[in-house]
Design a protein around this ligand. Structure first.
Ligand SMILES: Cc1cc2nc3c(=O)[nH]c(=O)nc-3n(C[C@H](O)[C@H](O)[C@H](O)COP(=O)(O)O)c2cc1C
Ligand code: SF4
Ligand code: SF4
Length: 286
């Protein structure tokens, strides 16, 4: 029985749900399929696998650094069939393009590309009162993901698949935002500038537990200390029940982008949204 490996990164669970739907589609064509969320454990090596699927959310119009690091760490792929799937709350940008380009450079053979909307818990939007793409992926999107899994598995061994078209490049304003959230700035500048209000922090440990890169450790006084491997996912700030963390995402520098993005996406009829209130680590629909 041929074996497929699906490696993905998921914080909010939407990429995980699509991964499971794709895996179910593959199993329906008598493939064996193993899934691994790199947020929970180290992905296994590729030995013995006939297909590799890579799944990711979109962060700032590209893939999170952690996903790019995984793809970069892969050995030469020597024609291994690979597919890519991407979740996005608003605009996908270059997320799929970057991963597919890198896989192609590693010698992979394209076996498919899938993308879907996913509920967008990007903190600055929540604070502004907007949750984009709530309730996504929908049942219909999951059915499409399952079909995609069946089709991708069915393509293995066929040489006539030339690959899906690239996504259009993001508009200039998104490219600028992407530049401002690049890895060098994140690691060397923003990482140093997360602040914790010691008067509010109760040392509950939630931010430490929920950081996907282990970037937060307990400091001398019990309050968290930040390292240099931040993804700017803002999970720590979003979940803190005491609102004790203030990240650089709250800086005035990012405010014009946030206002533009919220206005643009909330007026785009192809993107759903609901109004919400985010406080003390919880998001409630209004
Ligand atoms: C820090 C952060 C940045 C994001 N940036 C984008 C973006 O640039 N474009 C977009 O369409 N969605 C963006 N999103 C939304 C996620 O890509 C989307 O909600 C995805 O479904 C989350 O996947 P998960 O639930 O598996 O974590 C962002 C979300 C977060 C947390
Ligand atoms: S989640 Fe908030 S209150 Fe809990 S340790 Fe982190 S900063 Fe402190
Ligand atoms: S934003 Fe917070 S939770 Fe996310 S990687 Fe950085 S330190 Fe960790």
């Amino acid at each position: 029985m041929p074996k497929g490996l699906i490696v993905y990164f998921s914080q909010g669970g939407t990429t995980a749900r699509v991964a499971e739907a794709i895996a179910a589609g593959m199993r329906a064509t008598e493939w064996q399929s193993t899934s691994c969320n790199m947020n929970d454990k180290q992905p296994p090596g590729l030995d013995g696998y006939d297909l590799l699927g890579i799944g990711t959310p979109t962060y700032y119009y590209h893939a999170p650094f952690k996903v790019m690091d995984y793809v970069n760490s892969l050995p030469p792929l020597k024609g291994l069939p690979t597919f890519v799937f991407v979740l996005h709350g608003t605009y996908i940008g270059d997320t799929g393009n970057d991963i597919r380009r890198l896989l192609s450079r590693k010698g992979a053979r394209a076996a498919g590309y899938f993308h879907s909307y996913g509920a967008d818990f990007y903190l600055p939007y929540l604070k502004e009162g907007y949750l984009f793409s709530p309730d996504h992926p929908t049942a219909e999107e999951l059915t499409k993901a399952e079909r995609f899994g069946r089709e991708a598995a069915g393509r293995i061994g066929r040489q006539d698949y030339t690959g899906a078209k690239r996504d259009p490049p993001p508009a200039a304003i998104y490219r600028l935002e992407r530049f401002l959230t690049n890895r060098q700035l994140a690691n060397h500048i923003y990482s140093r500038l997360f602040r914790v209000d010691d008067k509010k922090c109760t040392s509950c440990g939630l931010c430490i537990e929920q950081c996907p890169t282990g970037n937060i450790v307990e400091g001398k006084k019990g309050s968290p200390t930040f390292g240099r491997k931040c993804l700017l996912c803002l999970n720590c700030e979003m979940l803190c029940p005491e609102e004790a963390i203030i990240s650089p995402a709250s800086w005035p520098l990012f405010r014009p982008f946030m206002i533009y993005n919220v206005r643009h996406a909330s007026r785009d009829p192809s993107i759903e949204h609901v109004r919400v209130k985010h406080s003390q680590g919880r998001t409630q629909r209004l």
